[in-house]
Design a protein around this ligand. Sequence first.
Ligand SMILES: Nc1ncnc2c1ncn2[C@@H]1O[C@H](COP(=O)(O)OP(=O)(O)OP(=O)(O)O)[C@@H](O)[C@H]1O
Ligand SMILES: [Mg+2]
Length: 402
Amino acid sequence: MDRNPFTPGFGLTPPVLAMQGTPVEDFTEALEGTRPAGHRSVLISGARGVGKTVLLSQFHDVAEEVGWEVIVLHTSSDSLAEELRGRAVHVLRDLDPQASSSRLTSASITAMGAGASVGREVSSRYDEEEVPLAVLLDRLASLASLRGGGLLVLLDEVQSADPEQVHVITQHMQDLGQRGHAAGFVAAGVRAGVDELLANPKTTFLRRAHQVEIGSVDVGTAAQVIMTTVADTDKHITPEAAVRAGDISQGYPYLIQVVGAEAWQRSGTEETIEVEDVEGAREYAIDAMVHNVHGPALRDITGRKNDYLMAMLEDDGPSAVADIARRMGIDLNNQNVYRARLIADEMIRPAGRGLVELAMPYLRDALLRRQEGGRSALAHGPARVARPVRRRPPRGSGGRTG
Ligand SMILES: Nc1ncnc2c1ncn2[C@@H]1O[C@H](COP(=O)(O)OP(=O)(O)OP(=O)(O)O)[C@@H](O)[C@H]1O
Ligand SMILES: [Mg+2]
């Protein structure tokens, strides 16, 4: 029996992708120069668990495939610029034919001419601290272009980065571009945090970057992703079960993987995943969503924002803002303040005139549990099923698929 093919973990690239539009293909064209170079700078945003990190690693993979050098920065580092320098030096040591210069320090010829020993001091030209970062990047980008590529810098979780530091990095990337180098910068982050970051005057570069917003897909696409994922293994899934799984996932990428994985698990040694297996996975999927997505996000929702969400629980569907205001004992204008903040937090979304609704799958369940004891996330639209650009070869095979 094949291994469970679903990837219900953050940052894990699934074997089949639900994709809105063609962001990976567009980015590849930008790198290859058949699309304006401006598209080499991208800001990926979306709610938690919609696949930002996965898309970023798709960008990473295609860039390497078209011969670009890729540097990944981490917002957890003390200084992004220092990290960039370190990574740049590391790449240059491999790439630069003149990375090390050697100097003859001593030579001695043994008696009888039996042999000669030569002392050499190998010093890396990049070991000196003084080389300015701009010079390092310039050299790196030049060498990368000689090989037909360019320099791409990636930064995930950008909402947690210090705007000042993001500014330093993007300034360098912009300078590279202006000096005629092939350079790109891609950042990814949670919508709400990214909006805040973009409000900072230091982040003009990101504001001008090509914006890729990701969200949920329609449930039909979700069902198709699940069906295709299973079809590549020695198990089957009934169309009915796939459709039900799509429904339960609500098209939310993380849930597609959780429902798929759990239904697979529940089918045990049976060859076919039945609708009962999917039905049985529902509670598990809700738990996973509440714990791994809503729990962390709701930690930041306190005070009146929390009251607002709790006031919405009285309605089964969308809530009238007038009712919410009345339940909270505040006037409509005041209500509007919290409404706007919760929309920015991607917790709620407008649902027609004077109405709002909860914006994330199973947020109601999370709120109900909270009562007892994280932007328009769900952009529905035409979506398609795609293969990741490059799948990690199965252990031991060394080959490439996809
Ligand atoms: N395009 C996709 N189609 C189907 N499943 C996906 C897709 N992208 C990501 N996933 C799945 O969704 C889950 C979350 O993916 P990922 O970690 O990339 O999300 P994220 O947006 O970076 O989340 P966070 O905001 O927490 O960083 C993972 O289980 C992953 O396998
Ligand atoms: Mg992520």
